[in-house]
Ligand binder design. Structure first.
Ligand code: BES
Ligand code: MN
Ligand code: ZN
Length: 497
């Protein structure tokens, strides 16, 4: 995978500057400032004409590419809307437009000139971060299983001159942060997009080991089925019974904080393919169940980003990886299993497997005495009915943690919305033959799924993100990399950044 590199530099003298592609964000009604006006004059007034003719409106999200001269070969005009309306959401929109156009340009190098933007230091930092993240997002191409890669961007180098409120060093830092987040997001997308015959639980374990080898502050431990058996993880293991692929519990420990400091923990659902098991899913769109490890892949991407950002916290990333298949050995509806917590579960529907792997991983994480635990899972189709593809469902047994995730989602443009886990829903899980059953007896499928998990998380502050609607899309089909931006923002805030 090739991706462009980023540098920050001092404001360029545009009248003498050379670049294959100059990116110029312009506010609505903004007078073309010194350098831009001079450059435009050299090019015969192309920018002024584009504005006058109305081909370029400077509306937020608009863009126009005009050919320049031998020195500045192309100019990509980006609309910023009105100065008074510019906020964090505008930054995101602007960055998305920049990314889309830069991924399509024939130019190999581009310079983004932001020096004339009247933004505060904070807004500038945010803009530079999202620019790097969004450009990396746009330049990602999936090519692993294609004999000839398609639509590979030409772009290899991007330089940025920051708004004058931001020193070059700070600008460089913001770009680097944006790159770390963008790389984390793309890592998550890549794992999600890989087909399930490549991306197996064993493959995920290998990815974790490789990540651990790259970073001295990251250590990785893999628990195989034998080890999980010894720990009593009868629930997790029941999911992989029908599969020829062995289940794996993947543990990544990042030590960026003080040695004795309690860690934050992320726990991901890693069903590398979900057929539903004996409660077989219908065949239409079943291919999309290769994305059922979206929670797990977001743990990988977030851990990688945390390491690259060198966050001063301790963090444990746990992935419960298994393949849910029907076979003569598969778990059957009505089977009762014993979880690591000692609680027994009647498996009424083998397609409600996510909660079965998560509950044991959530019991396992107790040994870290974590400050807070967030699990991430493509858990229910019902969350798509509730929230569509805009927001991830947030469930939490702690208000402060829920607020932190909501705020992180806002800031990172990767939003969540809180859902209830009230006691009243719990009775739907009552079973005659076990301590609980694995599906709710009525409505509110996402809530009863979360209520199931809540029975295993009473010993710590916990939140559950249902990302079935946000971690991948059917059209254009692919993994989105969500909720990595939200999780990274949450961890940065917890780290005091
Ligand atoms: N992996 C699915 C949930 C899912 C559905 C994710 C659509 C992404 C898109 C999960 O394992 C599942 O099958 N859930 C069932 C639960 C039901 C059997 C209680 C569902 O949502 O139908
Ligand atoms: Mn399922
Ligand atoms: Zn599933």
């Amino acid at each position: 995978m090739s991706q462009p590199s980023f540098t920050a530099r001092k404001a360029a003298n545009l009248a003498q500057f050379s670049t294959p592609c100059l990116v110029l964000p312009i506010f609505k009604g903004q007078k073309l400032g010194g350098g831009i006006a001079e450059l435009d004059a050299q090019m015969g007034g192309a920018i002024a004409r584009a504005l006058k003719l109305g081909d370029f409106t400077a509306e937020l999200g608009s863009a126009l590419s005009v050919l320049g001269n031998d020195r500045v070969q192309r100019i990509l005009l980006l609309g910023c809307g009105a100065v008074k309306d510019f906020d964090l959401t505008s930054s995101k929109k602007l960055a998305q437009t920049a990314g889309k156009n830069l991924a399509a340009t024939k130019a190999q190098q581009a310079h983004i000139a932001l020096e004339s933007l009247p933004l505060t230091a904070d807004d500038s930092t945010h803009l530079l971060e999202v620019l790097a993240t969004e450009i990396l997002w746009s330049c990602y191409v999936y090519s692993e299983t294609l004999s000839k890669p398609k639509n590979v961007p030409n772009l290899t180098k991007v330089s940025v001159s920051a708004p004058s409120a931001l020193a070059v060093g700070k600008a460089r830092g913001a770009l680097n942060s944006g790159v770390s987040i963008g790389e984390g997001v793309n890592f998550t997308r890549q794992l999600g997009n890989l087909p399930a015959n490549i991306c197996t639980p064993t493959y995920l374990a290998k990815q974790a080991r490789a990540l651990g080898r790259k970073h001295s502050k990251l250590s990785v431990k893999i628990l195989d089925e034998k080890k999980m058996q010894e720990l009593g993880m009868g629930s997790l293991l029941s999911v992989g019974h029908g599969s020829d692929q062995p289940s794996q519990l993947i543990v990544m420990e990042y030590k960026g904080g003080k040695a004795k400091e309690a860690p934050y923990a992320l726990v991901g659902k890693g069903i590398t393919f979900d057929t539903g098991g004996i409660s077989l899913k219908p065949s239409g769109k079943m291919d999309e169940m290769k994305f059922d490890m979206g929670g797990a892949s977001s743990v990988f991407g977030t851990v990688q980003a945390a390491v690259n950002l060198d966050l001063p916290i301790n963090l444990v990333g746990i992935v419960a990886a298994a393949e849910n298949m029907p076979s003569g050995r598969a778990t059957k509806p009505g089977d009762v299993v014993t979880s690591m917590s000692g609680q027994t579960i009647e498996i009424l529907n083998t397609d409600a497997e996510g909660r079965l792997v998560l509950c044991d991983a959530l019991t396992y994480v107790e040994r870290y005495k974590p400050k807070e635990v967030v699990d991430i899972a493509t858990l229910t189709g019902a969350i798509i009915v509730s929230l569509g593809h805009e927001a991830s469902g947030i469930f939490a047994n702690d208000d402060d943690l829920a607020e932190a995730l909501l705020a992180a989602g806002q800031r990172s443009h990767d939003r969540g919305w809180r859902m209830p886990i009230w006691q009243e829903y719990q009775k739907q899980l009552d079973s005659r033959f076990a301590d609980m059953q694995n599906i709710g007896a009525g409505t509110a499928g996402s809530v009863t799924a979360a209520c199931f998990l809540a029975r295993f998380t009473e010993k710590y502050k916990w939140a559950h993100l249902d990302v079935a609607g946000t971690s991948f899309l059917s059209s254009p089909k692919g993994a989105t990399g969500r909720p990595v931006p939200m999780l990274v923002e949450y961890l940065r805030a917890r780290a005091g950044q």
